[in-house]
Design a protein around this ligand. Structure first.
Ligand code: GLN
Ligand code: ZN
Length: 764
């Protein structure tokens, strides 16, 4: 029988049990034992699900209290000095938590380790901190204990661990320049012996296969990193264990040569992101190496076309026989647990969807199809699935003639405004703003009253009229506050929004929402991405009433607030039956209509937030431009139809802008507000060396901290900015929205910020 296996399962639990247990433990509401028990129960449940689905082995090592890379760093004893780790003592769970979040029920509070996005996903890992000459040792027993746990339950275990080159690549340290720094490779001398010890322990535990994740193989790898694979795997191969080298998220491209004669037992490739990788890897495989074909998407939630996949697999099966394995494309960490728990979705839509549990069922069906061993029930399941896919292809819900008509003439829509120099004059005359104009990024504190009102209205306990009144009262309060403080461009405060993507998605056609479709973002934080299943259509104005009401209360300009097309796309599960660029263009057209309606309603400044603009970048530099081209095009599609007088803003946060500056400039927003205060304006170097042509608001107030920024400090920051950019192009604003902050600190901070702007005006 064809081997079927899984690279990793979602760890949170369908009701986010792990989240609850973690947060209760951090708040000292439950004991550590209770937390450990919850983790153990979840692992047992998830192994049970996987084994019942027919997997030959269960993955062990995919569970993590916070993040799988952090688990591995602590196992290796790679704990930065500031955490006060004793040299021979095991690393405790609380030390792991302090590394993740700076504090834990026990131990000193210290600066947490850095966290960043895992490849091109929305999952975040804790960055390993590396110091030259640092030592490693097996410093945590947790992984070995989990193997015993799974064995005791009767499962055949396949440990899953990060490969040494991927772990090193992801690590950072003061002594190292960046991810690709070859200096880090010197640490292999100390690191490999510990890997060897780990593998020896696995062997003693009766393990046969180990999955070693080396997703760096899909990146642009410098020669030294490519070369390192040989010697690393020569030494790991001595363990006598069978090593399955797992890659995912993209093609291996030229790195495929690394695999030639590499002493490993098999390779996993992501055949969903990179169908061509299957043949490329097959061509370099040795006579007894396994090819694991990741044919079921671990990144999206659509049912797999089993017949089409079978056509891909059959020739491989013929050539490789038992040496062909099949699996999801990557860990299922990136998808929700079980579509059956969705009671709010209609049956048809549900029949198009596949979450982790369904994906494993699909895998089993594929195995049966491939081996010709499908029983009656299996055959019916395949037929039902293919029928569901057919209804999806032909559905009126996915194809909307009105949207198609717009898309047919997409090239005729305007993407070009008059030159900036000309329109900024028109905007100056219309808006009449002082030098160093002040504004905010959109949201104001989301108080309990606001959340309660929203929830009551959704649940039917609050009438439409009462809800509207409650929101209007919030808007009025926010407007009056901003007038009092002396801000120049006001906002309505976004009290009506639970989430910046969900709010708009719920008002657009083509979107669906789940009840339990949680996906881990970082630590205990989960998100529930909306599902874009069909053509996106604006059914009615979405924000005009709130913005107009706010504008009716004041003479000062109120900024209309929208989420940009790229961010709407990036933070959703996107349909796979047309190019992402096309779905993004549909979003852009819907937003374009909203922009025009806002302008029509007398809104003079309109902001489209694009915090996810940079994270959409492909993993390979060679693929960047194609993405940037359509992403910029979509932003311009949304914003270029307005008159010269209407000022377009955009906002981005926590982005490394340096390498995409030309594209950001190409978006041609009149004003961009960005995060900078944490980096002491260093980020602005990028805008200096590229000479950003339009206006810029470098954030001077770090909204991720409850501290009230000092006026003089903000004056100094803006002085730094003025060294790099002409002062008459500068705006004064916080780093990001204020929704997570309290009112007291917000009021004091914004007052200090406005005072800083006034001081600069007086000094000019
Ligand atoms: N307008 C949004 C807010 O203020 C922007 C949020 C973001 O950048 N993530 O909340
Ligand atoms: Zn932001």
């Amino acid at each position: 029988m064809t081997v079927i296996h899984n690279l990793g399962f979602p760890r949170m639990g369908i009701q986010r049990e792990l989240k609850r247990a973690l947060e209760a433990y951090w708040a000292s509401q439950v004991s550590q034992q209770e937390l450990l028990d919850t983790g153990k129960a979840l692992r047992a449940r998830h192994w049970d699900l996987q084994s019942k689905a027919g997997l030959d082995t269960v993955p062990v090592g995919d569970f993590a209290w916070y993040d799988q890379i952090l688990e591995w760093s602590t196992l290796l004893g790679a704990v930065p000095a500031r955490f006060g780790q004793a040299e021979n003592a095991p690393v405790s769970l609380d030390t792991l938590f302090r590394m993740a979040r700076g504090r834990a029920p026990s131990g000193r509070a210290v600066a947490a380790c850095e966290m960043t996005k895992w490849f091109n996903t929305n999952y975040h890992y804790i960055v390993p901190e590396l110091a030259p000459g640092q030592g490693f040792r097996i410093a945590r027993e947790f992984l070995f204990e989990q193997i015993e746990e799974a064995k005791a339950l009767g499962y055949k275990v396949k440990p899953v661990i990060p490969g040494p080159l991927t772990w090193l690549w992801l690590g950072k340290g003061d002594a190292y320049e960046g991810l690709a720094d070859v200096g880090k490779l010197a640490l292999l001398d100390a690191l490999l012996p510990v890997y060897e010890q780990v593998l020896a322990r696995f062997k003693a535990q009766g393990v046969e296969w180990v999955q070693i994740d080396e997703p760096v193989l899909v990146l642009d790898l410098p020669q030294e990193w490519q070369d390192a694979f040989r010697c690393v795997y020569q030494s790991l191969n001595q363990s006598g264990l069978k090593l399955l080298l797992a890659t995912y998220f993209d093609d291996l491209h030229e790195n495929v040569t690394v695999l030639k004669d590499l002493p490993i037992a098999g390779v996993h490739v992501d055949a969903v992101c990179a169908p061509a990788a299957l043949q490329a890897v097959q061509a370099v495989l040795g006579q007894d190496q396994v090819l694991s074909a990741g044919v079921i998407s671990g990144r999206d939630i659509w049912r797999t076309d089993l017949e089409k996949t079978l056509q891909t697999l059959e020739p491989l099966k013929a050539a490789l026989g038992e040496r062909l394995w099949i699996a999801p494309s990557c860990s299922l960490l990136h998808v929700p647990v079980d579509v059956q728990s969705e009671t709010g979705l209609d049956a048809e839509l549900k029949s198009w969807l596949s979450f982790a549990v369904q994906k494993l069922d699909e895998l089993k069906l594929l195995q049966g199809l491939l081996d010709g061993t499908l029983d009656e029930a299996g055959q019916q399941a395949v037929q039902a699935q293919q029928a569901a896919l057919k209804t999806r292809r032909e559905s009126k819900r996915t194809h909307n003639p009105a949207v198609q008509a717009q898309m047919a003439k997409i090239n005729q829509f305007k993407r070009q405004r008059t030159p900036f120099a000309q329109r900024i004059e028109a905007q100056r005359n219309k808006l009449n703003l002082p030098a160093y104009p002040t504004t905010t990024i959109g949201s104001f504190p989301q108080t309990t009253e606001i959340r309660t009102a929203r929830r009551d209205w959704r649940g039917g306990a609050l009438s439409d009229a009462a809800y509207e009144k409650a929101m209007q009262a919030e808007i009025e309060q926010v407007i009056r506050f901003q007038e009092r403080v002396g801000l120049d461009v006001l906002v309505h405060g976004e009290a009506e929004r639970n989430d910046m993507v969900e709010y708009f998605g719920e008002l657009l056609g083509g979107f669906a929402f789940t009840q339990n479709g949680w996906v881990q973002s970082y630590g205990s934080r989960c998100v529930k991405p909306p599902i874009i299943f069909g053509d996106v259509l604006r059914l009615a104005p979405m924000s005009v009433a709130w913005s107009s009401y706010a504008q009716s209360l004041t003479e000062r300009p109120v900024k209309g607030m929208l989420t940009g097309p790229v961010t709407m796309l990036q933070w959703s599960f996107v349909r796979d039956d047309q190019p992402r660029a096309d779905t993004c263009r549909q979003l852009a057209l819907a937003l374009r209509d909203e922009v025009l309606d806002l302008e029509q309603a007398g809104i003079r400044v309109i902001q489209l937030d694009e915090p996810a603009f940079r994270e959409g970048l492909p993993l390979r530099h060679g693929d960047w431009q194609a993405y940037l081209d359509w992403a910029v095009d979509c932003f311009r599609l949304s914003t270029s139809a307005v008159s010269d007088e209407t000022q377009i803003h955009t906002h981005m946060c926590y982005s490394e802008f340096n390498d995409i500056m030309p594209s950001i400039a190409d978006m041609d927003a009149d004003v961009i507000t960005i995060e900078t205060s944490r980096s002491n304006m260093l980020l602005l170097d990028a805008f200096e060396s590229f000479e950003y042509p339009n206006h810029i608001g470098p954030g001077v107030y770090d909204i991720h901290s409850p501290n009230v920024p000092d006026k003089d400090w903000m004056v100094r920051l803006l002085g730094e900015a003025a060294k790099r950019l002409p002062a008459d192009r500068l705006w004064v604003n916080p780093d990001c929205g204020l929704k997570t902050r309290g009112w007291a600190e917000t009021a004091a901070s914004l007052q200090a910020m406005v005072d800083a702007a006034k001081a600069l005006r007086a000094a000019a």
